[in-house]
Design a protein around this ligand. Structure first.
Ligand SMILES: [Zn+2]
Ligand SMILES: [Zn+2]
Length: 112
């Protein structure tokens, strides 16, 4: 187990436009859009769906409710459980994953 302090958020907010804002312990700030977050849902069902063979590249229509973030609840001290407008609530997003998903200019530059 690593010390989680540096990677734990000080503040988590659902913004009015449905995106998620996190202020991290090290001063970094991240904002995540609903669709991008839902795309990265780590639960087994979503992973299976993303990894299912799709040779015809069928584009499935996106249900707008499924990318509408309703609320974010802390799970222990290591993750956020996100609840979506379509009732999906099995996605537990570890803080480490959320930090990796940060798409701000500094993080994109750092990742190359
Ligand atoms: Zn999911
Ligand atoms: Zn960032």
């Amino acid at each position: 187990m690593q010390n989680s302090e540096a990677s734990a958020p000080l503040e988590v907010q659902r913004l009015e436009d449905g995106s998620l804002y996190i202020a991290w312990g090290d001063g970094h700030q991240s904002t995540y859009g609903g669709p991008a977050l839902r795309q990265s849902c780590p639960c087994a069902a979503c992973r299976d769906e993303r990894e299912a063979p799709n040779p015809l590249r069928v584009v499935r229509p996106i249900d707008p409710r499924s990318v509408n973030l309703v609320t974010a609840e802390p799970i222990g001290n290591y993750a956020l459980g996100l609840v979506w407008g379509d009732g999906h609530r099995t996605g537990i997003y570890p803080y480490r994953l959320l930090r990796q998903l940060c798409d701000c200019f500094a993080c994109r530059t750092e990742r190359g």
